[in-house]
Design a protein around this ligand. Sequence first.
Ligand SMILES: CCCCCCCCCCCCCCCCCCCCCC(=O)SCCNC(=O)CCNC(=O)[C@H](O)C(C)(C)COP(=O)(O)OP(=O)(O)OC[C@H]1O[C@@H](n2cnc3c(N)ncnc32)[C@H](O)[C@@H]1OP(=O)(O)O
Ligand SMILES: Cc1cc2nc3c(=O)[nH]c(=O)nc-3n(C[C@H](O)[C@H](O)[C@H](O)COP(=O)(O)OP(=O)(O)OC[C@H]3O[C@@H](n4cnc5c(N)ncnc54)[C@H](O)[C@@H]3O)c2cc1C
Length: 673
Amino acid sequence: MVGISDKCTEDIARERKKCSFSSTELTHFWDGGVELTKRRKLLENYFLSDPELKSSVPLEYLSHKEKYERSIKLSCLFFKKISNWLEHNDTISAMEVYQSVLGGSLGSAVLKDGFPFAVHYVMFIPTIIGQGTMAQQAHWISRAWNLEIMCTYAQTELGHGTFIRGLETTSTYDPDTEEFVLHSPTLTSYKWWPGGLGHTCNYAVVLAQLYTKGQCHGIHPFVVQLRDEETWMPLPGIKIGEIGCKLGFNTVNNGYLGFDHVRIPRDRLLMKNNKVLKDGTYVKSQNDKLTYGTMIFVRVIVVRGVAASNLAKAVTIATRYSAVRRQSELKPGEPEPQIMEFQTQQYKLFPAIATVFAIKSSATWLWDVYNSVTKDLDQGDLDKLPELHAMACCLKAISTSDANQMIETCRFACGGHGYMTSSNFPTIYSSLTAAVTYEGENTVLLLQTARYLVKAWSQRDVTSATITATLKYLSDFRPSDIYQPWSLTMSNLAEAFRLVAAGKIKYCSEHIDYLIQKGYTSEDAWNATSIQLTQIAEAHCRAFIVDTFVKETEVAVVSEPVRKVLVQLCELYSVYWLLKNVGDFLVYSHLKISDVDAVNERLAELLAAIRPNAVGIVDSFDFHDDILDSALGAYDGRVYERIFEAANKSPLNAEPVNESFHKYLKPFLKGQM
Ligand SMILES: CCCCCCCCCCCCCCCCCCCCCC(=O)SCCNC(=O)CCNC(=O)[C@H](O)C(C)(C)COP(=O)(O)OP(=O)(O)OC[C@H]1O[C@@H](n2cnc3c(N)ncnc32)[C@H](O)[C@@H]1OP(=O)(O)O
Ligand SMILES: Cc1cc2nc3c(=O)[nH]c(=O)nc-3n(C[C@H](O)[C@H](O)[C@H](O)COP(=O)(O)OP(=O)(O)OC[C@H]3O[C@@H](n4cnc5c(N)ncnc54)[C@H](O)[C@@H]3O)c2cc1C
């Protein structure tokens, strides 16, 4: 074993020396400025230096029950520490602190398989803000914020997650007592999945079909007490439990919940948007989709907080590992190369690095638009809500599906060791892959964006004067554009993505019209076109991501060496996705078959150009080793020692002979069993 460590640390140190730009400067860009980097590090020091938040036995060696109990202990210590911080420091906003601890970074160093309190912050409090009256906000936010109560968001049922108009839980108003009666009429109406619902929360926002004066008004949010505040026993009529083991998130305590005619006061209906008066009269809001507001919020934060952040972790691990892992021969007789020298390895890693930056720039746009639209909604202006909904849907879907596929590729890039739990890929993957499903299953979200695009296509001429920025390319679209000569410039690449999106949207819209003319109902025509519909949502999203990334590389306040790196990554992102969908570009953009070789060559040039900077770029994500939590990806490159250290934490290695030998194996081998 002698010397291995030195060789690895030398390899990774050499990578850092040959970097052509300042990694620290790129860190500042990634964080959003020098000040934000300082604040992040301040928080990391505060939490990660606390011995109480460290665990000696790795989580994977505990039983399910022990995992839960440890998760509650650590969550209490952790969130107490956050409250202390917020009480004594006003330089960092609460939102920033929670973003940092709940997004795929700081919190994962404390509890790698998720917090049972996450939904309290990420969904319950935002729902009260978005759906509660001022009085309801004052009451519930202060109780939740001060951690007097622990809450979750219970929408999904055993029978329905996607189609929320089909939820079966009922809430029937009784004007005599001025109460709602919550009931679960069927097995499939049981709430299923909410984080922390099993044993951790005593209140929930429950989505249920509202009935008053004999009429159903669709789903509405109600604040419901589930457990006694002192004894924590479930209240009468509440049937509650945990849903059992999952692929990941095994410390999140996802639960089930049923109601047997549970009565709650009228003012537990969140009434900012819709109301029920004392006599049972229903007062409707301007738009019934305002009830869906929390889902938009979570989709928005998932793009950076979950997708970019987990992919950044995975690609940091795989890139550092590829710099110290040596294997095979490039040229006979020469020393074994770092595996990053193989072009195929670069193709696994560098598009993932580019994707992290691409997602980040779109996430920043989405967050800004979310905040501006939320202000408009408060003034009663709903004009920009459809665009926000459409962009939140496709960006959540594309960012999580790209991250899902690329995290797996990063694991493959680490060979067998990537399969070890100590690589941290299993946890990174299982927490990210859940996001493909939660908060709107990705296919379903793409179809929501497609609905918006098909509508926009049909209205593009009438509304061209007022069309939103993300759709402008549709009103600008002229099919003859595709007959222009191809050139391999960034502006031409960006235009090609827009042409593909516009061409595919046009095709889909015409296909739906054609099927309707053939006698299909509009619903059947939609379903018969839905594969292409998901593809138009993806094409629209890619064109948007490329445009946004290009703009960011132009306006970023950075030195020329850093800008050069960003421009290379932006071009790599574009070329990579063009080649993945080359057929579409041949059909819908001005790319010709004779141009494809040049695009492939450009891909190879970009991989080679990024190669010397690869470790420097992933270093700029600046993950603390405790956050990365990977034997393969630590900063110092001591991969082999760390793999050994991790293996020796296995409880099986605590004794040379396991008792199962005496009990079973020996009698079995001796023919005595
Ligand atoms: C202060 C502290 C703050 C701290 C902050 C801390 C920051 C932390 C930072 C980061 C850390 C992250 C940590 C993450 C932890 C993760 C935990 C997450 C756990 C996951 C939770 C969940 O998993 S929770 C359940 C989610 N469950 C869904 O997600 C259901 C999907 N299912 C639907 O969402 C609907 O079912 C579906 C399909 C739309 C059809 O709904 P539907 O049938 O009613 O509607 P239709 O399709 O008929 O559409 C009719 C018209 O409505 C329009 N429209 C539809 N939706 C709209 C909308 N939202 N807004 C506006 N408009 C909308 C549409 O565009 C049409 O418009 P038009 O008519 O004009 O065309
Ligand atoms: C880790 C995790 C945490 C969660 N946390 C919460 C929580 O805190 N609170 C909460 O309320 N919920 C939570 N959920 C539930 C989650 O929101 C739902 O699972 C999700 O919305 C998908 O719904 P579903 O399970 O009904 O899938 P389904 O809709 O049954 O999906 C199954 C398949 O059907 C397809 N499909 C369904 N409808 C359509 C359609 N219209 N067109 C085309 N294809 C369609 C889907 O694409 C998919 O391929 C969580 C889920 C997970 C995995």
